[in-house]
Design a protein around this ligand. Structure first.
Ligand code: FES
Length: 163
């Protein structure tokens, strides 16, 4: 039961075949935690409490351990976000090479501060920690794709090309 007395919504993987395949790949079920979270987020768009409970059940660990993973990795979202996640690296190499200007540009272009979503739901601007490509700074990850070493003009064209 939820705190308001309503029954808890149960999460069900729509791609049960993929879920079973992931589970079968790991002798220790807990090792499937991250891939199952990715699969669930692809399905739902963000990680709900019901997803945490379901993944805990499948991996046979406590929901608090699943929550530890979700809160540690910035690629898991705890709330609904825009269709396109604009994740600007804010760590040193990118910050020194213009990533702060990316944030300012996106904020001006869409009127959206970091953490906010445009009113049409198209974009969410996020500042994230090192994306692991420091040598090609500044880096912006748009959904699952990296875009590296862009100028502001190139970033602007890229943003305008997103349907
Ligand atoms: S500092 Fe930006 S990718 Fe590492």
């Amino acid at each position: 039961m939820n705190s308001n007395g309503t029954p808890k919504q149960k999460f069900i993987f729509t791609d049960s075949g993929r879920m079973e395949k992931i589970l079968s790949q790991y002798p220790d079920k807990r090792s499937a935690t991250l891939p199952l979270l990715h699969l669930a987020q692809t399905q739902e768009g963000f990680i709900t409490g019901a997803i945490i409970d379901a993944v805990a059940q499948y991996t046979e660990i406590h929901p608090a351990e699943v929550m530890d993973c979700v809160s540690f990795y910035t690629m898991f979202f705890r709330r609904p976000l825009g269709t396109n996640k604009l994740q600007v690296c804010q760590t040193l190499s990118c910050s020194l090479n213009g990533a702060d200007d990316f944030v300012d540009h996106i904020t001006q272009k869409y009127g959206t501060k970091p953490g906010e979503t445009t009113s049409d739901g198209k974009f969410t601007l996020l500042k994230v920690e090192c994306l692991g490509s420091c040598g090609t700074a500044p880096v912006i990850q748009i959904n699952n794709d990296y875009h590296e070493g862009l100028s502001i003009n190139e970033l602007d064209k890229l943003l305008d090309s997103i349907p």
